[in-house]
Design a protein around this ligand. Structure first.
Ligand code: HEC
Length: 129
């Protein structure tokens, strides 16, 4: 019976370590990025600047790495809820989450402002690997 007590500090240490690790991982990832992944936006969109690579075979879908340079948050909100079109074409899916999630998501998207040059450099880097 007493042998169990010897393991309690070790088990506590492992649990604490795992807990802190999970916490620090969460902090590294912006909330908007999490929402983007959770809503399967990644099934179509690559965001190279954020380390997201879509598995889709469709070639004509834009990488959103610099979407913040192109579009304002107000427009993105309307676009991904299908209230607005882009060059006459609506977005294929409507965002299904809450308004709060949508705001967080779009704030993150708007913060993506990798310049075309940086983007190409990164692309060449990853192509080399
Ligand atoms: C079924 C595939 C698909 C999914 C899933 C998808 N998109 Fe899109 N998205 C597209 C296509 C197609 C376009 C329009 C063509 C383009 O801009 O590449 C587009 C365009 C966009 C644009 C405009 C980009 C620009 O500069 O033209 C944004 C912003 C965007 N999507 C956000 C999202 C978000 C956020 C999600 C998740 C809620 C999402 N998309 C999920 C296919 C998809």
């Amino acid at each position: 019976m007493t042998i169990i007590y010897k393991f309690i500090p070790i088990i506590t240490a492992i649990i604490l370590f795992a807990g802190f690790r999970a916490l620090s991982l969460q902090e590294e990832e912006p909330a908007g990025k999490r929402i983007f992944i959770d809503n399967k936006c990644t099934s179509c969109h690559t965001v190279a600047a954020a380390g997201i690579t879509s598995k889709t075979k469709k070639k004509n879908i834009v990488d959103l790495s610099d979407v913040g340079n192109e579009l304002k948050s107000d427009f993105i909100i309307k676009f991904v809820t299908k209230q607005e079109k882009l060059e006459g074409v609506g977005h294929p899916i409507a965002f299904k989450g809450s308004e709060e999630e949508l705001n967080t998501l779009v704030k993150w998207l708007e913060s993506l402002k990798v310049t075309k040059e940086e983007h190409n450099e990164e692309k060449q880097e990853s192509d080399k690997k």
